[in-house]
Structure formats: C-alpha cells, structure tokens
Design a binder for this molecule. Structure first.
Ligand SMILES: C[S@@+](CC[C@H](N)C(=O)[O-])C[C@H]1O[C@@H](n2cnc3c(N)ncnc32)[C@H](O)[C@@H]1O
Length: 240
C-alpha cells in the first residue's frame, strides 16, 4: 500500500509513522508513506499556499494551484487514478469497517487541510472521499491523516506480527475485546481470573466471549443493539 500525503508540515510524519509497528511495516516494504510538501508547488514568490476567502470572513483558505500541481506530480506517470481522501471534519466518520475497506486499496493520496480548509474546487474535482476522525475540529489534517494511515496499515495482512491479535480485537464482529491480563498472576493480592490460568482452551474462549458480550452491553449499548446474538450468547449473558 502506498500513501502519498499532501501537507504543509511534512516533517511531522517522520517520528510518528517511522516508529514501532508502522515504522517496521515501512522498512519491510509492506507500506510506503511519502509526505509531500504542498509549499514546494507554490508559484508564489513567497511560497504562499493560502489566501483570503472570497466574500470576506475570518481565516485563510488553502489555494487550489499548489494542491492541483502536487497532485499532478504524483499522478502524471500513473495509468490509474489513486484514491484521493481529504481529511475533513465534514467527512464520513471513520470506523473499523471503513478502515478495512480502505486497506484493500493499493494507493491512497491524503490531503491535509489547514486554516479554514481548502478551496472547494479541490474537493469537487480531485477528492473521492472526505473522511473525519470525529465530531470535533482540529487545527490541521496531519493528525487525522496519521490516524488514518495507522488504522489502515494495521489492517493490511503482515503488518501485525500476529494476525490473531487483529482478528480478536475490539470492533471485530461488532464486539469490544475481552479483558487482558499479564504476569504476575497475583499482583499485591489482585488476582487474574482462575479460568485464564486453567490451560483449558474451550473454557477460556467461552469466558472471553462472555466478557466481550457483557462489556459491549455495558460500555457500548449502541454497538450491542446491532448484534445478532446466538442462543449460546444469550446463555452467556444470563450467567453471572
Ligand atoms: C480548522 S479545520 C477547518 C474546518 C472548516 N473551516 C470547517 O468548518 O469545516 C482545518 C483542517 O483540519 C483538518 N481537520 C480538522 N478537524 C478534523 C476532523 N475531525 N477530521 C479530519 N480532519 C480534520 C481538515 O483537514 C481541515 O481542513
């Protein structure tokens, strides 16, 4: 998967996406992240990338020319159109299903806005989809772009060392993940549930399913309502 990020702060991406699992995925060639400086494409003598909004009002708007030219520099030698995403509080709110759909793509361009956002002609003519990371407004699209890249990358086969950790986790099958414990089994009198120490895999799986169901009902009733429960699930929920 190749990500090309159009930004006026390319340096921000190095530390976060160069570390840990996403850093390793880049080193192993499973993903490539190129942060492209929109400013490099500005034709203004001061390398300006924003200007006043027509019609008045506060704030600045990112100009179309540097963004169109940055886009052209990526696509001019390609025989396909990469999927173009604009990170925006006005977009579709990101969730795990959406992340999984995006993880099947091969090439994504992500545009990070600033100030009052980008000139509407960019959105109308280049953007395939606007994506929001939540109903709040941030100062720029870089953090949202990193959230998107992180979430999409870990859904790509091979990026996580253990595929099982992905298949069990929160939001898979619409459930929250069960509680996790590590050593010691007794920490200052705080004990790990006996079943996890039993070595009985069927009982452990049953307990984990029950915990997932119960905590989804308790913490995320909105997700719980959408579940299609089996008879076994109903039984697990009734047990203490
Ligand atoms: C201050 S915001 C612009 C908000 C815009 N004036 C509006 O009211 O819709 C600047 C940039 O931050 C990014 N951004 C802010 N909040 C975001 C969110 N919740 N999800 C994704 N991107 C966001 C976008 O790229 C946006 O262009």
């Amino acid at each position: 998967m190749r990500f090309d990020v159009l930004t006026i702060f390319p340096e921000i991406f190095d530390v976060v996406l160069g570390s840990s699992i996403i850093g390793r995925a880049q080193q192993s060639g499973l993903i490539t992240v190129n942060a492209i400086n929109i400013r490099d494409f500005s034709k203004d003598k001061h390398k300006k990338t924003d200007d006043y909004p027509f019609g008045g009002g506060t704030g600045m708007v990112m100009m179309p020319q540097p963004i169109f030219d940055a886009y052209k520099s990526i696509t001019e030698n390609l025989d396909y159109k990469p999927y173009f995403i604009y990170m925006s509080p006005q977009g579709t709110k990101l969730d795990q299903k959406h992340v999984e759909r995006l993880s099947k793509l091969e090439h994504i361009i992500i545009l990070c806005g600033h100030y009052e956002g980008v000139d509407e002609r960019v959105i109308e003519n280049l953007v395939d989809e606007e994506i929001s990371i939540g109903d709040y407004v941030l100062t720029g699209g870089e953090l949202p772009a990193m959230v998107l890249i992180d979430a999409v990358s870990r859904a790509i086969p091979g990026v996580l060392s253990n595929e099982d950790s992905y298949s069990d986790e929160t939001f898979k099958d619409g459930l929250l993940e069960y509680p996790q414990y590590t050593r010691p089994a007794d920490y200052m009198g705080l004990k790990v549930p006996d079943v996890l120490l039993s070595g009985h895999h069927a009982n452990i799986n049953r307990w984990r399913r029950q915990q997932s169901l119960k905590r989804t009902r308790q913490k995320r009733p909105d997700l719980f309502e959408k579940l299609e429960l089996s008879e076994e699930d109903m039984k697990l929920l009734e047990e203490e």
